[in-house]
Design a protein around this ligand. Structure first.
Ligand code: RVP
Length: 489
């Protein structure tokens, strides 16, 4: 009876999206996606909290593109906090940690500070007030003649400043108008930082970036399901979202603790992973801000083989989304995505966005070095439940699978649910994301969906057979030029 009543579970390869009558051009599609109750991204892509996928470089690169990185937790709390801060500071228009000088300092002191701090201009401060600015150019004529001139003798006293809050365009205009390279930023009459033309132009280079209300990049960080201390420290460090990272978030102890986590955080709280509508109901009841779906679809995951447990991913997304959409809680489809078409299918099945491991591993910005095997470049990619991740690094993979590392024979006491391997080197995140978003936009054009919400509504699926899948991939030819969006491993 049990078997008779069992539902069929489907995944990406079991369906195709059906083309619809469409007035939507791919280029006009809006890819904004809600990632949690309070945060929206400009593209529906976030990166996995894995030690071969997301540290600050990946999170910065993805935020620049409009997505979000989830900093993994297979490192000490101090290191993870540092990574979060690096992301937050890198998108900052204003340098807040400004080195200043006093009016009666000597020119040689200015020179030394400029060399040590690698800056070419210093604000001059007297009694906590900005009284001038001095640049490398100002001190140059006095460097070789043992001059006893002081800062106040040669500084520019008529300083062009800008008041907070600042916008990049406003700052640029002011700097150009007054022919200055840097503008001191003033808050409540005091120096709050400095903004340079170089930083403003850099800021403008990423118009699609995912930013918080202060203009800094959005960043998420992973914490264990019961690690309140880590979650709170990451929140304090500036993480916008805490992503509880757990192989089975429908464990009722995890569910119960979610409420405590939520009550103690200012950041939004994303919980995962789950694969059923019941799990969605139970977690949403705890007041969480986002749900992550995926039990076993990951490219390096062996949970479905080792435990025999899981739900094919498209069915899992659809079950969770049916519940979550009633409550307005975003759904993240995590794992198992191999092509841009899979992203489109995930959204069509009800997800708001996707989490990528494999597709982003092997980029320039993922942690780890490039290795060359048989003349091809690769980077390491491993499951957080693999033996290597559970015992290496900070051992932060083990409690994801409710396991503890104890004693000298630690290897023999663990049951891995992931494998370790390598993926081809793929170039930069920018190049990869360009192809993925391009493919998604094409799909939305075919389906007639102007934005993600309408993709969730209008997408229609057709079930296909193994012959359908065979027909879908290139066939009956030898591929001579590898396509950037269709890799052959
Ligand atoms: P993929 O993109 O298919 O490589 O899957 C990535 C996802 O797999 C991660 O975001 C995570 O949910 C899951 N994962 C990570 N480690 C393991 C494991 O060791 N089983 N699984």
């Amino acid at each position: 009876k049990k078997l008779k009543e069992a539902e069929l579970g489907f995944t990406y390869d079991d369906f195709l999206l059906v083309p619809n009558a469409s007035y939507t051009e791919a280029k006009d599609v809006d890819t904004k996606a809600k990632v949690s109750r309070n945060f929206e991204l400009n593209i529906p892509i976030i990166s996995s909290a894995m030690d071969t996928v997301t540290e600050s470089d990946m999170a910065i690169a993805l935020a620049q593109e409009g997505g979000l990185g989830v900093i993994h937790r297979n490192m000490t709390l101090e290191q993870q906090v540092k990574e979060v801060k690096k992301v937050k500071m890198s998108g900052d228009l204003t340098i807040k940690d400004v080195v200043t000088i006093t009016p009666n300092s000597s020119i040689s002191t200015v020179k030394t500070i400029m060399e040590e701090e690698e800056v070419s201009g210093l604000p001059v401060i007297k009694d906590e007030k900005l009284v001038g600015i001095i640049s490398k150019r100002d001190i140059k004529p006095f460097l070789n003649n043992n001059s006893d001139k002081k800062v106040e003798d040669i500084m520019t006293s008529d300083v062009v400043t800008i008041e907070e809050p600042i916008t990049p365009s406003e700052a640029l205009e002011l700097a150009y108008e007054n022919k200055v390279e840097r503008l001191p930023v003033i808050r409540d009459g005091k120096l709050a930082g400095i903004v340079t033309i170089r930083d403003i132009l850099n800021h403008k280079k990423y118009p699609n970036a995912a930013r918080d209300k202060n203009g800094n990049f959005l960043v998420a960080a992973a914490a264990g399901p019961f690690d309140l201390e880590r979650a709170m420290a990451l929140d304090e460090a500036g993480a916008d979202i805490i992503a509880v990272d757990c192989a089975h978030a429908h464990n009722m102890n995890v569910v119960k603790f979610a409420k405590t986590m939520k009550e103690n955080l200012d950041a939004d709280l994303i919980m995962g992973n789950i694969a059923t509508s019941e799990a969605a109901e139970d977690l949403i009841a705890q007041g969480i801000d986002g749900l992550k779906v995926g039990i076993g679809p990951g490219s390096m995951c062996t949970t479905r083989i080792i435990a025999g447990v899981g739900v094919p991913q498209l069915s899992a997304i659809s079950s969770v989304a049916d519940v979550a959409s009633d409550y307005g809680v975003p759904v993240i489809a995590d794992g198992g995505l191999r092509y841009s078409g899979d992203i489109a299918k995930a959204l069509g099945a009800g997800a708001d966005l996707v989490m990528l491991g494999n597709l982003l591993a092997g980029t320039y910005e993922s942690p780890g070095d490039v290795v060359v095997m048989n003349g091809r470049k690769y980077k390491q990619y491993r499951g957080m439940g693999s033996m290597g991740a559970m015992t290496g690094g900070f051992g932060g993979g083990a409690d994801r699978y409710f396991q503890e590392i104890k004693g000298p024979m630690k290897h023999s006491k663990l049951v891995p649910e992931g494998v370790e391997g390598a993926v081809p080197y793929k170039g930069t995140v920018n190049e990869v994301v360009f192809q993925l978003v391009g493919g998604l936009k094409a799909s939305m054009g075919y389906c007639g969906a102007k934005d993600i919400k309408s993709m969730q509504e209008v997408a229609k699926f057709v079930r296909i057979t193994s012959s359908g899948i065979k027909e879908s991939h290139p066939h009956d030819l030898l591929i001579t030029n590898e396509s950037p969006n269709y890799p052959t491993l």
